[in-house]
Design a binder for this molecule. Structure first.
Ligand SMILES: [Zn+2]
Ligand SMILES: [Zn+2]
Length: 271
């Protein structure tokens, strides 16, 4: 298994995940040249991808899809909620209606490969547009991807408990959000149940989810305007300090440089 967060934050999100022998992208919120450059750095040819999972229609998760698909030589399956595919067309981002390798996915319906190499469980989250989180599981490991939700439904806890790798939103610090320059309506949206997870709420959720098999927690979608990596780390370290989890294994994904979370070729996990 390999995990590289290529970019994470309000300006764009894209994660490379190699699991069960499949090379996947989760979200394409950066353009093709950025993704190609970052994949080149970890020696993954962009033409060797096996699929793309899309969480939701917001541009910071989808803006790179048109440029990526335009220049692809090989067929590339896209796994996406039907409502999200419809929104992408309505928002003039991309029309996937006739895309021949489209797989419409639903919350709580496993996506499984015929060779049983990998299963993916999409989980419905809570945002101002339809959004899915994902749980990936294969023989070589498992990983959770949860961003862009104001709230983590309790019903998902049993699927997300004691996983190895969490890529998990820690979007804003309460005090920084209150005092930042965003208009009040945007602040209210971010703080609402249909917005994003604060550091405190994210830390609370993570403290309930991690278990003895958990190897790393990657804090993601950290706002550049209403948060800092240090504040996100402090909140999570505080919430986890009582347990046995090594606090050095909480790391932050970045907006402007990639984070190699796990790459067995280089031995221990890097950050
Ligand atoms: Zn987002
Ligand atoms: Zn969003």
């Amino acid at each position: 298994m390999r995990i590289v967060v290529l970019s994470s934050g309000s300006s764009g999100n894209a994660v490379f995940l190699e699991i069960g022998g499949k090379r996947l992208l989760i979200d394409v919120g950066m353009n093709r040249s950025f993704i190609k450059r970052e994949l080149d750095r970890v020696h993954v040819p962009i033409g060797m991808l096996d699929g793309i999972f899309i969480t939701h229609s917001h541009r910071d998760h989808t803006s790179g899809l048109p440029s990526l698909l335009k220049q692809l030589g090989a067929p590339l399956p896209i796994y996406i909620g039907r409502d999200t595919a419809e929104e992408l067309k309505r928002f003039n981002i991309i029309d996937l209606t006739h895309y021949p390798y489209l797989h419409c996915i639903n919350s709580m319906k496993y996506v499984a490969w015929a060779d049983s190499s990998l299963t993916v469980l999409p989980l419905k989250l809570v945002h101002d547009v339809p959004v899915l989180g994902f749980y990936f599981e294969a023989d070589d490991g498992n990983a959770v991807y949860i961003t862009d939700t104001g709230f983590l439904p309790q019903v998902h806890a049993k699927h997300l408990y004691d996983r190895e790798y969490y890529i998990f939103e820690s979007n804003y610090d309460e005090d920084m959000l209150v005092s930042c320059s965003y208009p009040d309506v945007l602040k209210a949206r971010i703080r609402s149940e249909k917005g994003h997870m604060s550091n405190e709420y994210s830390a609370h959720c993570i403290s309930k989810l991690i278990g003895p098999h958990t190897k790393k927690v990657v804090l993601a979608h950290i706002s550049e305007n209403s948060n800092t990596e240090d504040l996100a780390l402090v909140a999570h370290r505080r919430a986890l300090q009582e347990g046995n989890f090594d606090l050095n294994n909480i790391v932050c994904a970045h907006q402007r440089r990639s984070l190699t979370v796990l790459d067995p070729k280089y031995g221990a996990a890097l950050h």
